[in-house]
Design a protein around this ligand. Structure first.
Ligand SMILES: Nc1nc2c(ncn2[C@@H]2O[C@H](COP(=O)(O)OP(=O)(O)OP(=O)(O)O)[C@@H](O)[C@H]2O)c(=O)[nH]1
Ligand SMILES: Nc1nc2c(ncn2[C@@H]2O[C@H](COP(=O)(O)OP(=O)(O)OP(=O)(O)O)[C@@H](O)[C@H]2O)c(=O)[nH]1
Ligand SMILES: [Mg+2]
Ligand SMILES: [Mg+2]
Lengths: 278, 293
């Protein structure tokens, strides 16, 4: 698309290939390619450079032209619940978020509500120390809702600005685990009106089409207010978010680009569209 | 389902009896879409479809199968053939200990799988596994493996987080050899295939401990990127096999075909849950049906 070649069927085929390889998915790719082919005919697009602009525009269109930032409202504490399937980067993202809030001068409490996985509480404890956040935890095997409840009580008592609740990874297909998530949510909403103010779904950029069903199911179970797309420092493009934004109306708020505390960025549609075409 | 879509195709096309170039074309378009939706890699799908087209054209439709069933049979059989053999057994070194190295991207399930693999060895071979904690980077990674070891009553060799992972791996294997443990399973830190320093670390670990098994632990829900990471890990380390994790989810698992195609290495086991239970053997026919949806 940077060359001086012709805008012919071969080029359009390789564009389709790039979209599929980016995990955009068959349906969304077909829609984008139909719109692009119409534009190419109507506007008589001659150069690959122009085609590139058309593509980026269509993608930006599907992603919603505005960027939705992570906001912290008036509530004290502002409660953020973090959910997602196993291994996507929830705990690490929470550490990065806590770090960001601390840099902004906010006080942060973390809830170690993953009481199931080996080493989960220890992992979050180390991060809490590194970022200077308080952590509320129980013993392994404790009721996650009880931990979340205690953390909220503690955050209120200390007048903390932000409470972030770490939950165990869970496959969206496990009904009992999705029920557990609903229970955590119920317990904290009873303790603080409006809580959780933010429920972030963490998705791994290396995941393929399954990310869409993850988003659908988690959204049904626990009203997602934003998505974090992690591991974009790899070679995967995370194109599935185009369908997630377009079909489910969920905003992508943040991206993870590494394993360190400062490896968190606001999602930007223009940069995302740019990265798709290398 | 794919069957419904193919039925629709063959209803529209009037020629019955033989599978011809024409009606095959449309049917294979549906198959191609199904495979892409299942996360099979674009290029792998392209080659797969052209191979299947050759096999399907001219095939007389069997009396007992509808044209769609016939196409599915050709596709399914070719998928099964590509998936490789059903897993036979765990690898045992002639001269113990068997050294197993687990590698892969961040969060794919290596540490959990190390525990499951230890259980599989112990239950099928009645041997004494040793786990080695060579991830010094992820916070509490060592604690995680130590906790897993306690839960399944398998000893864990660890040296905290202040030693070079290569030394930890080497000393862990020596320790295992001296005390008669077999296998010695080395858990490593998750890493990107494009991180040259960390890939070099894996090569150094490999040189230091001469593994009998180098297993890529890959997430069943991986998308198109599966070929990039699998081919890179394979080129750098010459894998002996692959373990697919999180197969208890509803991901179609097309990554299995992509990884198999691009590495030519066997998929040996699958992880079917978070609990510490033995790994299950890989079933090529079940994987083929799952991918086709
Ligand atoms: N390269 C890269 N690795 C990441 C990123 N985010 C998280 N990771 C790594 O992914 C792995 C899993 O991260 P966790 O934070 O433990 O993931 P999780 O979702 O909390 O996992 P579970 O609680 O087990 O479900 C770790 O090795 C992290 O360092 C990212 O943006 N880029
Ligand atoms: N449902 C399910 N979860 C799994 C499976 N295997 C591992 N997990 C979960 O996936 C998450 C990540 O597992 P880990 O073993 O920490 O992954 P890892 O590859 O060691 O992660 P890093 O060391 O950070 O690269 C944990 O929540 C595990 O419980 C599986 O087969 N099914
Ligand atoms: Mg976690
Ligand atoms: Mg690990």
């Amino acid at each position: 698309l940077r060359g001086a070649g012709a805008v012919d069927d071969d080029l359009l085929d390789s564009v389709e290939e790039v979209l599929i390889l980016a995990d955009i998915g068959v349906e969304a790719t077909t829609r984008i390619m139909d719109a692009v082919r119409t534009d190419v005919r109507r506007k008589k697009i001659k150069s690959p450079g122009e085609l590139r602009e058309i593509l980026k525009n269509h993608i930006a269109e599907l992603l919603g032209r505005f960027n939705v930032r992570l906001q912290v409202g008036e509530a004290r504490p502002h409660v953020i619940m973090v959910v997602g399937v196993n291994g996507v980067g929830k705990t690490t993202t929470i550490a990065k978020l806590a770090h960001r809030f601390k840099e902004e001068g906010k006080s942060v409490v973390l809830a170690a509500a993953d009481t199931f996985r080996a080493g989960a509480i220890e992992q979050l404890t180390i991060w809490a120390t590194r970022v200077g956040a308080e952590i509320v935890k129980h013993q392994a095997g404790a009721d996650p809702a009880a931990v979340a409840y205690d953390a909220l009580r503690a955050a209120k008592a200390r007048n903390a600005d932000v409470l972030i609740i770490d939950t165990a990874g869970r496959l969206h297909t496990k009904v009992n685990l999705m029920e557990e998530l609903k229970k955590i949510r119920r317990v904290i909403s009873r303790e603080l009106d409006g809580a959780p103010h933010e429920t972030l779904l963490v998705l791994d950029a290396t995941t393929g089409q399954n990310a869409l069903s993850q988003a659908k199911t988690f959204h049904q179970a626990t009203e997602i207010t934003g998505v974090v797309l992690t591991k974009l420092d790899g070679t995967a493009k995370g194109g599935i978010i185009i369908s997630i934004v377009n079909l489910l109306n969920l905003p992508i708020k943040l991206i993870g680009i590494g394993e360190r505390l400062h490896d968190l960025r606001d999602f930007r549609t223009d940069l995302f569209a740019e990265a798709l075409f290398g | 389902t794919l069957t419904d879509r193919l039925d629709g195709v063959f209803r529209r096309l009037t020629r019955r009896g033989k599978l011809t170039e024409d009606n095959i074309q449309e049917a294979l378009r549906e198959v191609r879409m199904a495979l892409l939706e299942a996360d099979v890699n674009y290029k792998v799908v392209k080659e797969f479809i052209s191979r299947v087209r050759e096999q399907a054209v001219g095939e007389a439709v069997m009396k007992s199968l509808s044209p769609s069933q016939q196409v599915i049979k050709v596709v399914h059989d070719e998928l099964v053939r590509l998936m490789g053999e059903r897993a036979t057994d765990v690898v045992r070194a002639k001269k113990p200990p068997t050294v197993v190295l687990l590698v892969g991207l961040q969060g794919s399930g290596k540490t959990t799988t190390a525990g499951k693999l230890a259980l599989l060895y112990r239950e099928t071979k009645r041997c004494s596994p040793l786990l080695v904690a060579a991830d010094i980077y992820r916070p509490a990674a060592v604690d995680q493996l130590v906790t897993i070891g306690k839960q399944i009553k398998v000893p864990v060799f660890e040296k905290g987080t202040q030693h070079d992972p290569v030394d930890i791996a080497r000393e862990g294997v020596s320790f295992g050899r001296d005390r008669g443990f077999d296998p010695v399973i080395v858990d490593t830190a998750g890493r990107l295939h494009i991180d040259s320093d960390l890939m070099e670390e894996l090569r150094r670990i490999r040189t230091a401990v001469s593994p009998h098994e180098i297993l890529l632990v890959a997430d069943a829900m991986t998308g198109q990127d599966a070929v990039n990471m699998a081919s890179q890990f394979n080129e750098e380390l010459d894998l002996t096999g692959v373990i697919l994790t999180k197969m208890d989810g509803d991901a179609r698992g097309g990554a299995a075909l992509s990884i198999r195609e691009v590495t030519a290495k066997p998929i040996k086991f699958v992880g079917m849950g978070e609990k510490l239970e033995p790994l299950e053997p890989f079933h090529p026919e079940r994987m083929a049906s799952r991918i086709l949806g």
